[in-house]
Design a protein around this ligand. Structure first.
Ligand code: NAD
Ligand code: UGA
Length: 465
């Protein structure tokens, strides 16, 4: 088995960047080049000031500092990098299709297909092509078909390809730890030599018992299944949070009690404003689409409900806010704490904050928004995407306390740690009365708030008035 000397990763995003940084760190003998058509993103990865990396991820800048320009290169030379590589990771975006057949349901594979065509154009000798992106089941066949077609116009064609599936299970905010200590590394394929070549890379830091082999379709489906099961858990706990509110139970206590059952487990039982992030919704919708395609309508309906509860959770939070503020938000200022879809990331894709802020803006309120890592430009893009809400309707606040000045309410959207220890005594003196705290992440201490005469609505708290 020839060992891998040069890797090309197509896509310098939330997966490509951190994943390749860790491979470069753990495999100093391999030259890793991460390429992207987005030149601004590549420039940011090459910025001397590590605070300007395009992705915020704890521990990432330290690794990049260590290996960048040694055996980790970020560049825009996609074709050159492909032609030099023994192994190519496809790590591009696979969002839900916006138009045409399967719109709103299945992934838009244009970027994956364009990678396969770029590889066709420039690869040399034998190349192992690895699906790192999350893809609908059977996409490996599409990639193989495109790669095989390169032989049609060239009878002297002596290039060969092996296609593997190696889905990524990292979560944003904990990506580096997840990559360094994965629960498992999944390699799907039908070419044992190629599968072993990829295993040789991971074995440098992952125990062999955690590196598992399957066929291509089990690997592709396992990735969609893992995300669907995780998202379903969140919808389950969120549906229970609503029952807590009407019965006097407390969702934290319920989660703790059920999570102590070792068959259920305590992780991923935190109620909140619904799952965000670029993948859960898209991956469940892919599963729904696949099920319908094969005539499995009951299966499709089952998974579809996970998304329906998620949307409902956001809508019901918004309705609580309007109703507690006397049914009228016009001329009211609402502070929004947190815009990222979870803590420790600057990613806002599918963030519940976007849906809730847009509903509040639609009611005529003015928002003053704070986040620890998301910048004003990103928030602007998210709120103004359909030209309904412009920048006169909200303000970006660098300082968390200034977001409260003159506000009638605050909505806690992301669980950033600084929001857990706010000085409510200071806050109460700068806000309008009656003032409401809407805590969608269950992070404030109810007694501390209520003792100051502040009204509190906390998700899943049966003591809400
Ligand atoms: P991303 O949008 O952050 O990055 C994708 C990058 O690919 C972009 O910078 C884009 O410019 C680039 N690109 C697209 N087509 C290209 C081409 N033909 N040539 C060169 N560059 C190209 O996406 P991401 O969050 O990194 O996700 C990538 C994939 O990984 C998706 O399929 C996603 O479902 C999956 N995934 C994501 C996560 C996550 O936490 N974000 C975790 C596991 C899996
Ligand atoms: C998720 C999975 O956890 C990863 O394994 C997977 O690789 C990744 O999707 C992907 O394929 O993109 P990520 O979306 O980055 O990772 O973050 P999570 O920690 O899973 O959180 C997703 C959403 O669920 C967030 O909005 C978070 O706030 C919410 N969540 C999570 C809860 O509301 N409660 C919980 O208990 C956990």
């Amino acid at each position: 088995m020839k060992s891998i000397k040069k890797i090309c990763c197509i896509g310098a995003g939330y997966v490509g960047g951190p994943t390749m940084a860790v491979i470069a760190k753990k495999c100093p003998d391999i030259e890793v080049e991460v390429v992207d058509i987005n030149a601004a993103r590549i420039n940011a990865w090459n910025d001397n000031n590590l605070d300007n990396l395009p992705i915020f991820e704890p521990g990432l800048s330290e690794i990049v500092k260590d290996v960048r320009k040694k055996n980790l290169i970020f560049s825009s030379n996609v074709q050159d990098s492909i032609s030099n590589a023994d192994m190519i990771f496809i790590s591009v975006n696979t969002p839900i299709k916006k138009k045409g057949m399967g719109a709103g349901q299945t992934s838009d594979l244009r970027w994956v297909e364009s990678c396969a065509r770029q590889i066709c154009q420039s690869a040399k000798g034998h190349t192992i092509v690895v699906e790192k992106s999350t893809l609908p089941v059977k996409t490996a066949q599409t990639i193989k078909d495109i790669l095989d077609s390169s032989k049609i116009n060239n009878s002297n064609e002596n290039r060969t390809f092996s296609v593997l599936s190696n889905p990524e299970f990292l979560a944003e905010g904990t990506a580096i730890n997840d990559l360094l200590n994965p629960d498992r590394v999944l390699i799907g394929g039908d070419d044992l030599k190629a599968m072993n070549a990829l295993k040789e890379i991971y074995i440098k830091w992952v125990p062999a018992s955690k590196i598992i082999f399957t066929n291509l379709w089990s690997s592709e489906l396992s990735k969609l299944s893992a995300n669907a099961l995780l998202a379903q858990r969140i919808s389950s706990i969120n549906s229970l949070s609503a029952i807590c509110e009407v019965t006097g139970a407390d969702i934290g206590d319920v989660a703790n009690a059920v999570g102590m059952d070792s068959r259920i487990g305590s992780k991923f039982l935190k109620a909140g404003p619904g799952f965000g992030g670029s993948c859960f919704k898209k991956d469940i919708l892919n599963l729904v689409y696949l099920s319908r395609y094969y005539g499995l309508d009951e299966v499709a309906d089952f998974w579809q409900e996970t998304v329906a509860i998620n949307t409902w959770q956001q809508t019901r939070i918004y309705k609580e806010i309007v109703s507690k503020l006397f049914g009228n938000l016009a001329d009211k200022k609402i502070a929004i704490l947190g815009f990222a879809f979870k803590e420790n990331t600057n990613d806002t894709r599918e963030s519940p904050a976007i849906a809730i802020c847009r509903k509040l803006l639609n009611e005529g309120s003015f928002l003053s928004i704070h986040d620890c890592k998301v910048n004003e430009e990103t928030i602007d893009k998210d709120l103004s995407s359909d030209n309904l809400f412009d920048k006169s309707m909200w303000a970006y606040k660098e300082d968390v306390y200034s977001a409260f000045e003159g506000a009638h309410a605050v909505v806690l959207m992301t669980e950033w740690s600084i929001y857990k220890s706010l000085n409510w005594q200071n806050i109460v003196s700068v806000v309008k009365q009656p003032f409401w705290v809407f805590d969608t992440r269950c992070i404030v201490k109810p007694n501390e708030i209520r003792e100051l005469g502040i009204n509190l609505w906390q998700l899943g708290n049966g003591e809400n008035q």
